[in-house]
Design a protein around this ligand. Structure first.
Ligand code: C2E
Ligand code: CA
Ligand code: CA
Ligand code: CA
Length: 276
C-alpha cells in the first residue's frame, strides 16, 4: 500500500476495508502491534482563532502495519474497542503523549496536549491510578493535558464514567467533549461534568459558509459553551474563509487541514519552530 505525501506529511490509504475478512488477521496483528512498536503518534496543531498562534496539539494514533502500510485509526480503533486491547492502546498513547509533552515543555514549547479516550476507558476503574503512575514517571503537569471524551462514550455507563472522570479531574487533568453535537445525550451532563472545552464536530464546521443551518448550529454552540464558561474549538477547518467566519463568531480555537495536518513528531516540532 502506497504512502502518499501531502504537504510533507504521510497520508494513509482509506480504501483499506476494516470490515473485510482481513479484519480477523488484523485483529491478531493488533495484539502484536504494541510490542513490535508499530504504532506511532501524529500531532495536529490547535491554534488560537484570534491570532493564529499555537495553543495545543491533538495526539492521533497511526499504525505502521508491516504488510498494509500506514493505517489510520478508523481502520483499527473500532476493532480494538470491541476488546480490552483498547485499554492497552490508551495506556500506550498516554505514556507516549505525556513523555512528548514533558519534552516540549522542557524545551520551552508551552503547549497543551489533547488525548482521546474511548468508552471502554471510561469503564476501567484502574484508569485513574494508571494515569497517576504515568504522570509521576513522566513528570508531567496535569494542566498541560486535556482528555477528550465523547457524548456516546459517557452514555454507555454514565455513573461509572462520571466517577472515573471526577477522579482524573481531581488530579488536575482537563476534560473536553469531542465531536460535540453528534451524540444522542441530553444537555444535563454538560453541567454535571467538570469540562474545560467543547469541540464542535467537523460535520457542522466544514459547510458553515454554504449551509445556513450549520452556521446557526455553530453559532448557538459557541454561545452555549461561552455561557457555561467553556472554551470552544472548531474541528475540520479547511480554508481561510471558514476561519474568518469562526473569528467573527468568537470561536476560541481551531483545528483543521488549513491550519496544519496531523504530523509525525519530528515534523510537528519543525512546524512549531516555523509557526511560533
Ligand atoms: P477525532 O478525535 O475527531 O480526530 C479528528 C480527526 O479529524 C482526525 O482523523 C484528523 O486527522 C481529522 N481531521 C483534522 N482536521 C481535518 C480537516 O480539516 N478535514 C478533515 N476532513 N479531517 C480532519 P484521524 O486521525 O483519522 O482519527 C479519526 C478518529 O480516530 C479520531 O477522531 C478519534 O476518534 C480516533 N482516534 C485517533 N487517535 C486515537 C487514540 O489515540 N485513541 C482513541 N481512543 N481514539 C483515537
Ligand atoms: Ca479527538
Ligand atoms: Ca473530533
Ligand atoms: Ca471524529
Amino acid at each position: 500500500m502506497a504512502q502518499n505525501s501531502n504537504k510533507g506529511s504521510a497520508v494513509y490509504d482509506s480504501s483499506f476495508d476494516a470490515h473485510s475478512p482481513k479484519q480477523l488477521t488484523l485483529m491478531s496483528d493488533l495484539s502484536h502491534a504494541l510490542e513490535n512498536q508499530e504504532l506511532e503518534l501524529y500531532y495536529q496543531p490547535k491554534v488560537k482563532v484570534s491570532d493564529g498562534s499555537i495553543s495545543g496539539a491533538e495526539a492521533l494514533v497511526r499504525w505502521n502495519h508491516p504488510k498494509h502500510g500506514l493505517l489510520g485509526p478508523d481502520q483499527f480503533i473500532p476493532l480494538m474497542e470491541r476488546t480490552r486491547l483498547i485499554q492497552g492502546l490508551t495506556l500506550w498513547v498516554i505514556q507516549e503523549g505525556f513523555s512528548q509533552c514533558a519534552e516540549w515543555h522542557r524545551t520551552g514549547l508551552d503547549i497543551i496536549l489533547s488525548i482521546n479516550l474511548s468508552a471502554k476507558d471510561l469503564n476501567n476503574p484502574e484508569l485513574p491510578d494508571l494515569i497517576s503512575g504515568i504522570k509521576g514517571a513522566t513528570g508531567i503537569n496535569p494542566a498541560w493535558i486535556t482528555l477528550e471524551i465523547t457524548e456516546s462514550s459517557i452514555m454507555t455507563d454514565p455513573d461509572a464514567a462520571m466517577g472515573i472522570i471526577r477522579r482524573i479531574h481531581d488530579m488536575g487533568f482537563q476534560f473536553s467533549i469531542d465531536d460535540y453535537g453528534t451524540g444522542y445525550s441530553s444537555l444535563s451532563y454538560l453541567k454535571s461534568l467538570p469540562l474545560k472545552e467543547l469541540k464542535i464536530d467537523r460535520s457542522f464546521v466544514s459547510d458553515i459558509l454554504r449551509d445556513e443551518s450549520d452556521a446557526v448550529i455553530v453559532n448557538a454552540t459557541i454561545n452555549l459553551a461561552h455561557n457555561l464558561g467553556l472554551e470552544v474549538t472548531a474541528e475540520g477547518v479547511e480554508d481561510q474563509a471558514t476561519l474568518e467566519l469562526l473569528k467573527e463568531e468568537g470561536c476560541d480555537l481551531a483545528q483543521g487541514f488549513h491550519l496544519g495536518r496531523p504530523m509525525p513528531q519530528s515534523e510537528f516540532n519543525q512546524w512549531c519552530s516555523e509557526n511560533r
